[in-house]
Design a protein around this ligand. Structure first.
Ligand code: CO8
Length: 257
């Protein structure tokens, strides 16, 4: 089925998803999420894809959940349908997902970016959790993921006041991995994704799983998990190839992609 709210393309082993609702600054509607989840499912199942990039337009990654759609909700319906839970599909994708954020990433837009594995920001990016100005609480991790990324003081100020953070502040605070000129953002993110997609996919997935453990468990449990993953690496033919290639002074040709 064709997509109306996103554009989907492949660049080599990279799956590129572009949020594409320019008239509403990529506001996140139910229809958009249904398409986004479908595209993620397709790339996750496709052996020819090793990494996914999620981006928006230069003006907006996404200016939040669709306020016009959301204004009709009532408690019973939202609770019964467990509104938002289906929107967290990206957190269950096992391949790496990079958020390439240009312009506004507000409310659900900031939360969606934080659900990805890391964020590369355009120099015009603006992050914020302005839900408080609409009389609601952030609903998809704004109070939780943002606090883990930037610490209590900054997260508390942003969530309580609705203040936006620019790209430089976001980089200083550890919310984004780095900043690039907005005009080069997608190309840069796709380049990083290409590099990741050339690695051994099971190893990449183990690394992703291990880093995510750091957010869910104690240091002792996390390092034990990491150690087991390290041991498991030696059961792959790609470990053999990677180390042999180093010794033979050549590039590795990983088989398990
Ligand atoms: N929802 C619906 N429409 C929107 C949204 C939105 N979040 N943001 C912008 N639009 C629409 C505007 O209504 C406008 O449409 P129209 O031309 O038909 O009036 C069009 O996009 C352009 O917007 P503006 O004219 O306002 O553009 P400006 O450049 O003047 O301002 C801003 C840009 C500052 C981004 C401004 O649009 C704004 O403040 N938007 C709302 C930001 C916001 O409050 N976001 C939080 C929403 S609540 C939320 O996200 C809850 C999260 C729930 C979980 C989500 C799960 C992932």
């Amino acid at each position: 089925m064709a997509y109306e709210n996103i554009r989907v393309e492949t660049r080599g082993r990279v799956g590129l998803i572009t949020l594409d609702r320019p008239s509403a600054l990529n506001a996140l509607s139910n229809a958009l999420f249904e398409e986004l989840n479908r595209a993620l499912d397709t790339f996750e199942a496709d052996d020819k894809i090793g990494c996914i990039v999620l981006t928006g337009s230069e003006k907006a990654f996404a200016a939040g959940a669709d306020i016009k759609e959301m204004s009709e909700f009532d408690f019973a319906e939202a609770y019964k349908r467990d509104h938002i839970t289906p929107w967290e599909r990206v957190t269950r994708v096992r391949k790496p997902v990079i958020a390439a954020v240009s312009g506004y990433a507000l409310g659900g837009g900031c939360e969606l970016a934080m659900m990805c594995d890391f964020i590369i920001a355009g120099d015009n990016a603006k992050f914020g959790q302005p839900e408080v100005t609409l009389g609601v609480v952030p609903g998809a991790g704004g109070t939780q993921r943002l606090t883990r990324f930037v610490g209590k003081s900054k997260a508390m100020e942003m969530c309580l006041s609705g203040r936006f953070m620019d790209a430089e502040e976001a980089e200083r605070a550890g919310l984004v991995s780095r900043i690039v000129p907005a005009a080069d953002l997608v190309e840069e993110a796709v380049n990083v994704a290409h590099k990741i997609a050339e690695m051994s996919l099971p190893i990449v997935m183990m690394i992703k799983e291990s880093v995510n453990r750091a957010y869910e468990t104690t240091l002792a449990e996390g390092t034990r998990f990491e150690r087991r993953m390290f041991h498991a690496s030696f059961a792959t033919e790609d470990q053999n190839e990677g180390m042999r290639a180093f010794i033979e002074k050549r590039s590795p040709q990983f088989k398990n992609k």
